[in-house]
Ligand binder design. Sequence first.
Ligand SMILES: [Zn+2]
Length: 285
Amino acid sequence: MKKKHFSILVILLLLTGCSNKLDNINWKFWEYFIEEDASEEVVEEVPEEEEPVEEEEKPEENPQTEVPPETNENQFVLEEPFFTVLNEEKVIENTDNILVLVNKNQSLPADYVPKDLTIPDVPFSFEGDFDKKYLREEAAHALEELFAAAEAENVEIFAVSGYRSYETQYGIYNSYLKKWGEEKTNAVSAIPGHSEHQTGLAMDISSRSAALDLTEEFGETPEGQWVKEHASEHGFIIRYPQDGEVITGYQYEPWHLRYVGKEVASYIHEHDLTLEEFFDRAIKQ
Ligand SMILES: [Zn+2]
């Protein structure tokens, strides 16, 4: 019985004085533990400094050694003599190369005249025996083939301007210069030595539908469209294609055909390249 009374007394004492005693407890003690837990979580986040990403990027620093295997399927293997050889003044040394690359950066010697010039047996837009009727023999025969193929499909085209000597180009360039000034002249005409017509491998063509003129409209005529589609089958490319000015240095010239041989022409046509881009891709054998 005494025990029971004692227990009731203790409970009563606790209940009445409980509030005072609870106030005396140091709650900060518990906060200490709570803070410690939080600080432990922060510690777990520390390994932020690990950055192994840079190491993965390092192999990309040597792209030259890796590019050939990746693009091999699209590259064209070409024998070394077909690549253009330049001297220190960027004048072409292997001038008779059928794939000679003449542009604004590299020129033919002023005295270069192809040895095998001949007149192709095709319709011309003019009468008489002028230099501009001539082409190098291989290109002349290819042009005859192209014109015969066109005729077989009732496509009537005319040769307008082929071989041009350094002296003739000199006269043309300077007359344009007087008329138009340097900027416009350089967009459409070549500085003497830099004209592809001096190679004897280029022929400008047109049609009656384009008034036998050398204008962009020729590209839109049925004849221009046919040539664009079939020139490569006979070894020719549209040397200055649409939107190619940044690379070739010349505006679109749908009339200017350049002989490069069937194999190279087909590759260029298929891959939609300029001659400059072709040589960037080609591999020397
Ligand atoms: Zn031309």
